[in-house]
Design a protein around this ligand. Structure first.
Ligand code: MG
Length: 267
């Protein structure tokens, strides 16, 4: 099932996206019991598919990306947090920060795991039982703030407004039996910049859920960004950073395409 979240006069609502492009109403609680009905709805503005209580992100989780950064493969999953203000809708702009300025804003295609029910101390064997589904995300990163201007903590450079585009659809896990065998790509202005496969993850999706839930409760709706493959802008020679007028598309096999324009923040 492909699920979208869209704006209605009564607030955000969920619907299924049908193969013919039509949408049908979902009733109930996506994180409790819900029902996909036959009632056709005309979607309003398409929103990020969930409004997560937490966005947990993993660094250096693809082998070739860990190599290109010169940091080596980590012993354990390397966690940082993207604050929820960074969430952005499909089609809405990534804003290049100009008040707290960055000249090094970069893209990262990521498979996003959406947790469906409260999860603590999961095992590798039952980890996927806690997953509702998957979506696409762009872990947009101000490299100067991530690496040099904030004491080495990633959170600042990863948490600017609009730095976490997500969607457009949430694909339920029954359609993706193995999340670690998906083609994943970033296309910048029509050129493929990252083009790899989620099979290269150092810690696969069950391992990430087991690790993260071993110390913290994963609330329903929590999003786990699972890391990005090689080909990021800062590691290229010469480096490539986002500029006003650019268009960034994240494509993941079985999920779809997430496209956002790039603009300057208005200050
Ligand atoms: Mg990332």
């Amino acid at each position: 099932m492909k699920i979208i979240r869209h704006q209605t006069p009564a607030g955000p609502a969920y619907a299924t996206l049908q193969p013919d492009g039509s949408a049908r109403e979902i009733t109930g609680d996506l994180f409790g019991s819900f029902r996909a009905t036959d009632k056709v709805v005309k979607p309003g503005k398409i929103l990020a598919p969930i409004a997560p209580p937490n966005i947990l992100a993993i660094g250096l989780n693809y082998r070739k990306h860990a190599e290109e950064g010169g940091k080596g493969v980590p012993e354990r999953p390397m966690l940082f947090i993207k604050s929820t203000n960074s969430l952005q809708n499909p089609g809405d702009p990534i804003e290049l920060p100009r008040k707290l300025a960055s000249q090094e804003v970069d893209y990262e295609c990521e498979l996003a795991v959406v947790i469906g029910k409260t999860c603590k101390n999961a095992t590798r064997a039952n980890a996927l039982d806690f997953v509702l589904g998957y979506t696409a995300a762009n872990d947009v990163s101000a490299r100067d703030w991530q690496m040099r201007l904030n004491g080495g903590q990633f959170c600042e450079g990863k948490s600017f407004d609009t730095f976490c585009p997500m969607g457009p659809v949430l694909v339920t896990k029954d359609e993706i039996p193995n999340p670690n065998s998906l083609a994943i790509k970033t296309i910048l202005n029509g050129h493929a910049m990252q083009d790899w496969n989620t099979s290269d993850m150092v810690f696969d999706v069950p391992a990430l859920i087991e690790f993260l839930s071993g110390s913290k409760t994963l609330l329903p709706g929590t999003v786990i960004l699972t890391g990005t493959p090689h080909g990021v802008g800062y590691a290229r020679k010469p480096p490539v950073f986002l500029n006003p007028g650019d268009t960034v598309t994240i494509e993941i096999e079985g999920i779809g395409s997430l496209t956002n324009p790039v603009v300057e923040e208005r200050v």
